[in-house]
Design a protein around this ligand. Sequence first.
Ligand code: GLN
Length: 193
Amino acid sequence: MKIGVLALQGDFAEHISVLEGIGVEAVEVRLPEQLQGLDGVIIPGGESTTIGKLATAYNLMEPLRLFGSEKAIWGTCAGAILLSSDIHSHQPLLGLMDSTVKRNAFGRQVASFEAELDVPALKSSGLGEQPYHAIFIRAPLIESLGKEARSLAQLPDGWIVAVEQGRLLATSFHPELSTDDRFHRYFLSLVSR
Ligand code: GLN
């Protein structure tokens, strides 16, 4: 299995090191032709406006849409914003996931926090019963989902922070900054689904 990590901006290196820790081949993607031969793609956290502008300039938007219509893509934080179809403002989006997302949803003062999440999908995939310790950094919230998408995890107040739609995965937190690799393993299960 070979996974590409979009390496235009943000914490792509951290994703690559988690994947390599699991024993999966991971490569940086900056050009459309580098999508060839990949089984899945991760869009990392960072700044979604910057990643979107660079992906547009590098002619990656349409090839990524095509890739995501056939294969697995996981967006973490800024990547979850890029995957969505509506964010109430104008910036380049892939629009692959039927979700409405609110950027920087937690405001400045509480922009970064950590939370224990109950994730039934990790349990039912045999990835362990313990809660998932999630790191949120100027995180978006997933406000609403279309029929095809399903919530995988919510904060105690009910806000959705992880979503799956077919082989697309979006998390508003940063599994690449955690020592818990279960979300990466879960994504690999979507890749080979
Ligand atoms: N606030 C960023 C954005 O709107 C996302 C933050 C992140 O990826 N940690 O793009």
